[in-house]
Ligand binder design. Structure first.
Ligand code: GLC
Length: 723
């Protein structure tokens, strides 16, 4: 008998149920309620894990109580939301996704894991893998953007980074793929709201990152708060047990979100918390985060709502996780005396920040002119340390964050840096605008730093009008009319709907929330020390009225035609976004030519696609080249474009290089009318471009001859699973 089963055989029912109870220690508040006397419950053996705590000493105190004072001495695991850094804070996931660099994604996760594990953390509630095409939703900042392929690669990179060489390593964190799934499509972009989508949309867009996470061996999965087509994910047996465990082979722990089990009563699918506990357990949820409902499973047992075997299965998975984490061998594995950090992560934070910045517009205003002598740095985000870290900044220290003002004052030595905050980030006080304008009028150029606070995105931070908060718009008007050229630096957790202001600026930089080294990275771009290479991982709408807006739309029978009123368009806005998915400028200019497919007609993959990329600029650059496919005719209407590969290529000034992609059968695969994977013969349009704007992409048509080919990936369809 293995150690896990031996332990289980010794446990009372209450002790088994205790392993399913995940409580918050409250060192940081991430939900609406607390967990009471954690120490007493640990000693009583009714706690399996503790989260929202860090630091070797406080963690050790709780671990010693579990190991030395509870009856069986089963160790706890300790969790925290380490999304984009622990003490060293890296760019927000949405920003970092824009680097389109899996190696970077992995490296920052590895750094975060080493830092967090050295402070007693065993598990992170990350990566967040919610695909999102609705920037009203505040949590768009936590995820990889709008595209399922980016989401899948992001999942694999982050899980490799967090879990490293293996969970039993003292510097590994167990990763939790969350939130399973579809929360990014909550109705009207409102957090926690119902999700209603087709099975096709679910399987084509929202599930792929979780399939990738399971394939990458993630240790845990967290269901979303929301209901999907009337079934709360926390009680969705067909998805959690049927698809995740049985179809994809996930064998880890499913941990509920914060009080989500108790919320099944609010959802209206459970009459009381005992029924809620039974529903969640039967659906396949192993741990109860904070709600305490699982402590009432003995009542559910006596009411015949669950079997003891259900409880045993969940407790077995929790104990197996602790064994994988090395905690059954050494409960203090991640509490050893602090090792010196393997290397300073600050340089990595700067590199990640630089590569996450997106240059959206530049009318020869950047790099800043060497003749400038008076630089006005204006706006509430110019010197706002805490906002640079963004939401979910774990043990990050705002005092460490470098602001744009800091960095310009420290490194721009050719003249005077003037500063005025102008207005607050939010609120109605506009009294500072006059002075700020007066200062702008005396300058040679203006760096205008506007945007959101860290709390205006992330959880419970949906915005119905995602423009500039407070009186920032008036400040922008004042700066734009003051005379000198305005470089607009946006700090936000989402695309901001300020198309009119963007179009009037001399240059616009999307800096998102870049973490500790924000200011250094921004200054490096403004002063030309770094050539921006970041791209948009999410479409940037002109207006909230266009949402949901993304590049992979399905066509319609009446595609928009400006000359034909009976086509799919608005009366008051164009259909196209302000900036397309994948968009981003640099100080060089890259052009693509000679797109070719070999062979152009084929009976089976592979097909080689080649294109020539050249740097027509005067500085070295790193281009990101995207390959999209459009299945021209299929048994199901296919999106007008689907990202299938991307490549990054470094180009010296004047250099031209051939970029090559190899398409295999899986690239041509889609889900047929029964949601089974299939490859159908026919024509495919290959579009290769620098972003998802099909008008500027190179295009060639290839033809798959012969019969429909068998797919080379297992079916994704949900099995019929009770519960
Ligand atoms: C929050 C979030 C979830 C997080 C958890 C623990 O409510 O929804 O993403 O991991 O609680 O902090």
């Amino acid at each position: 008998m293995g150690r896990v089963d031996w332990l289980l055989s010794k446990m009372t029912l209450q002790e088994k149920v205790g392993q399913l109870n995940l409580v918050t220690a409250g060192q940081v508040v991430t939900g609406p309620s607390g967990s009471g006397d954690v120490m007493a419950n640990v000693r009583a053996g009714t706690v399996g894990g503790v989260f929202n705590i860090w630091g070797r000493e406080p963690v050790a105190v709780l671990q010693r109580a579990a190991v030395e004072e509870s009856r069986l001495g089963v160790p706890l695991f300790f969790g925290l939301d380490v999304l984009h850094g622990f003490k060293t804070i890296f760019p927000s996931p949405l920003a970092e996704a824009g680097a389109f660099d899996p190696l970077l994604w992995e490296e920052t996760a590895r750094a975060a894991a080493e830092e967090a594990a050295s402070e007693g953390i065993d598990l992170t509630f990350a990566p967040m893998l919610d695909i999102c095409r609705d920037s009203r939703w505040g949590r768009i900042v936590e995820g990889p953007g709008e595209d399922p392929l980016v989401g899948a690669k992001f999942a694999q990179a982050k899980i490799r980074g967090f879990q490293g060489a293996g969970l039993s390593s003292s510097v590994a964190l167990a990763a939790t793929a969350k939130h399973f799934c579809g929360g990014g499509a909550a109705q009207a972009g409102r957090d926690y709201a119902a999700i209603d989508m087709s099975d096709r949309e679910l399987h084509e867009t929202y599930l792929p990152p979780f399939a990738a996470a399971v394939a990458a061996g993630c240790a845990a999965v967290m269901p979303a708060f929301n209901s999907l087509a009337g079934i709360p994910l926390t009680a969705h047996g067909a998805l959690v047990t049927g698809w995740l465990r049985e179809k994809r082979g996930f064998d880890g722990v499913v941990v509920s979100d914060y009080t989500a089990i108790a919320e099944l009563v609010e959802h209206g699918v459970a009459a009381d918390e005992v029924e809620a506990a039974a529903l969640a357990l039967k659906a396949g949820v192993d741990m109860d985060m904070v709600s305490g409902c699982y402590l009432r499973l003995p009542e559910a047992l006596s009411r015949g709502l669950v079997a003891e075997a259900d409880i045993d299965a969940a407790a077995r998975r929790v104990l197996a996780l602790k064994e994988k984490l090395g905690l059954l061998d050494d409960p203090y594995l991640r509490l050893a005396p602090a090792r010196a950090p393997r290397k300073t992560w600050s340089e990595l934070a700067l590199d990640a920040a630089r590569r996450s910045i997106v240059l959206l517009m530049n009318r020869d205003a950047l790099p800043l002119d060497a003749n400038i002598r008076r630089l006005a740095v204006v706006g509430p985000l110019a010197d706002a340390r805490a906002e640079m870290l963004g939401p979910w900044s774990a043990a990050g220290d705002p005092a460490k964050a470098v602001t744009t003002l800091d960095a310009l004052r420290a490194t721009w030595t050719q003249g005077d840096v003037l500063h005025h905050r102008g207005v607050d980030i939010d609120g109605g006080d506009a009294s500072g605008i006059g002075a700020a304008r007066a200062l702008c009028e005396t300058a040679d150029a203006i760096v205008l730093c506007l945007g959101e606070s860290a709390g205006m995105s992330g959880e419970a931070a949906s915005r119905a009008m995602p423009g500039l908060p407070g009186r920032q718009r008036e400040l922008a008007e004042a700066a734009l009319s003051a005379g000198p050229p305005v470089v607009l630096v946006l700090s936000s957790g989402r695309p901001l709907m300020i198309a009119d202001l963007i179009e009037r600026a001399a240059a616009v930089v999307a800096s998102w929330q870049l973490g500790d080294r924000t200011g250094d990275a921004i200054a490096d771009v403004l002063l030309g020390r770094f050539n921006p290479s970041g791209r948009l991982a999410v479409t940037w709408p002109r207006d909230v009225g266009q949402i949901p807006l993304h590049y992979a739309q399905r066509s319609t029978g009446r595609p928009p035609q400006s000359t034909d009123p009976f086509t799919s368009k608005y009366l008051d806005l164009p259909n196209d976004p302000l900036f397309h998915f994948g968009y981003g400028l640099s100080f060089a200019s890259v052009s693509l030519k000679n797109l070719r497919a070999t062979p152009e007609e084929f009976d089976d993959a592979p097909v080689r696609i080649e294109v020539e990329a050249s740097n027509d600029g005067k500085v070295a650059t790193e281009a990101t080249i995207f390959l999209f496919l459009h299945d021209a005719v299929a048994s199901v209407a296919r999106p007008v474009m689907e990202l299938k590969e991307w490549a990054k290529v470094a180009l010296a000034p004047g250099e031209a290089r051939t970029v090559s992609f190899l398409l295999d059968r899986s690239h041509f695969q889609f889900l047929d009318r029964t949601l089974e994977p299939v490859v159908e013969a026919g024509d495919f349009d290959v579009r290769v471009g620098l972003d998802a704007d099909s008008r500027s992409a190179l295009e060639t048509r290839i033809r798959l001859r012969g019969p429909t080919l068998a797919a080379d990936r297992p079916s994704d369809a949900i099995t019929d699973v009770p519960g």
